[in-house]
Design a protein around this ligand. Structure first.
Ligand SMILES: C[S@@+](CC[C@H](N)C(=O)[O-])C[C@H]1O[C@@H](n2cnc3c(N)ncnc32)[C@H](O)[C@@H]1O
Length: 309
């Protein structure tokens, strides 16, 4: 058995981290709920899942409490896309907070909320992800980790470097966004389920930098879609087969498409009728056309059944 030492340790098998988790810094964070608090009734998915709702996610009235295993979303960044209002920071964070309260309500114990967010601008640099941390911790979410989504290599064609070869005003050129990972009430799922992630995917997905190319807005017909491959990786890592996956800012429905491909149920919300129609169209389409990894819903089920044998 190894333990956390002043010099770290290279062996992780049988590692005892108890001393680390007894340190005073831990007191700042909400502790996982008791077994009694975790033992709530989970509603069946029938009647409300596998639908896109044309409705604001600040009030997800069709959804019962405790029915969602994973929420994955990319909120509006408030940067001037055609669906963005010109909100001040406080009004923007109020929207994110109101949606987060609803996500907390509908998540089941041990459910996860994964939020894709980028920081904005340079003068000032607006660290949205830092504001998102405070807000979600205040609401009681448990922080589970953070993924850097690397969207490009050297951004060679991007010349927004500020002062060329000069220290006068060099600017960083972001080639990444964040995925913030939170949990409701427990870091571990109290229930048992069937996962559908294979060894190599698991090894890659549990590293904190994910290199996945961005999606083309033009190809999808939405100003800011994320790639199906990103949603697939989140869903495979953080949910079981047959779970219900929610996207409260569904846009073109990417999260829902990935959930359907992976034999999960889905629910999406968007305030735009046009994007709800687009999401429904993508969900009804031959999903294979959109696959970066060519694995269909049926294949996923076959793999799942083969694993059981
Ligand atoms: C960044 S986009 C999501 C894109 C999505 N991940 C995809 O792959 O297409 C944010 C979406 O949030 C929607 N939206 C903005 N405010 C909303 C609200 N209060 N409730 C639900 N959707 C909202 C916008 O219409 C927009 O489609």
């Amino acid at each position: 058995m190894t333990k956390t030492s002043s010099f770290g340790t290279t062996k992780r098998e049988g590692h005892n981290s108890a001393a680390f988790y007894e340190r005073n810094i831990q007191n700042f964070f909400r502790q996982p709920a008791s077994a009694a608090e975790l033992a709530v009734e989970i509603p069946a998915h029938t009647g409300w899942a596998d639908q896109i709702y044309h409705q604001s996610s600040t009030s997800m009235t069709p959804l019962p409490d405790n029915g969602i295993a994973l929420a994955f979303t990319s909120p509006p960044y408030n940067v001037g896309k055609d669906y963005d209002d010109d909100m001040g920071l406080e009004a923007y964070l109020d929207l994110i907070r109101n949606v987060a309260k609803e996500v907390y309500r509908v998540l089941r114990p041990g459910g996860r909320y994964v939020i894709n967010i980028a920081n904005l601008g340079r003068k000032p640099y607006i660290p949205l992800h830092a504001f998102f941390y405070s807000l979600h911790l205040e609401l009681g979410f448990l922080p589970m980790g953070e993924i850097i989504w690397q969207k490009g290599e050297g951004a060679s064609s991007n010349c927004a470097w500020g002062s060329w070869l000069s220290a006068k005003a060099p600017r960083l050129r972001d080639i990444h966004e964040y995925l913030l990972v939170f949990a409701k009430q427990d870091y571990s799922r109290p229930d048992k389920g069937q996962s559908s992630i294979e060894r190599d995917d698991f090894m890659e997905a549990t590293l904190s930098i994910w290199k996945i190319p961005p999606e083309s807005a033009q190809k999808i017909g939405h100003p800011a879609p994320f790639p199906v491959a990103l949603a697939r990786r989140v869903i495979k890592l953080y949910s079981y087969i047959n779970d219900v996956v929610l996207d409260p800012f569904a846009g073109s429905g990417t999260t829902c498409v990935a959930a359907k491909q992976l034999a999960r149920h889905y629910v999406g919300f968007d305030i735009s009728a046009e994007y709800c129609a687009l999401a429904n169209e993508r969900l009804g389409m031959q999903i294979q056309q959109e696959l970066i990894i060519s694995r269909t819903f049926e294949q996923e089920l076959e793999n799942f059944e083969a694993d059981l044998i």
